[in-house]
Design a protein around this ligand. Structure first.
Ligand code: SF4
Ligand code: F3S
Length: 104
């Protein structure tokens, strides 16, 4: 599966949802997550993300993010279409420590 990581927080560009063939993205207030049991591992979302927030779970150190994607995709609503991007998305791109400050 692929997972959304902290680089998405407060950026939320939503280009990923437009390309996912199985509509497995779920929306929180500040970021999206992928449902790992629905993701078919096609990989098309990874290069679409301007924040480089999407990674394959085969990369090291992503256990925490895989678990967060799994847990929150169970309760957040499904999202299949891009809507308004946060006004300060570009300023938030690459900012460190977003998980501690803004995760929701
Ligand atoms: Fe969707 Fe493919 Fe990305 Fe999985 S890897 S979330 S199926 S676009
Ligand atoms: Fe987030 Fe990137 Fe999608 S910033 S909403 S994972 S395009």
């Amino acid at each position: 599966t692929y997972v959304v990581t902290d680089a998405c927080i407060r950026c939320k560009y939503m280009d990923c949802v437009e390309v996912c063939p199985v509509d497995c993205f779920y929306e929180g207030e500040n970021m999206l997550v992928i449902n790992p049991s629905e993701c078919i591992d096609c990989g098309v979302c990874e290069p679409e993300c301007p924040a480089e927030a999407i990674l394959p779970d085969t990369e090291n150190g992503l256990e925490k993010w895989l678990e967060l994607n799994r847990v929150y995709s169970e309760s957040w609503p499904n999202i299949t279409q891009k809507t308004d991007v946060p006004a300060d998305a570009d300023e938030m791109k690459g900012v460190e420590g977003k998980f501690e400050k803004f995760f929701s």
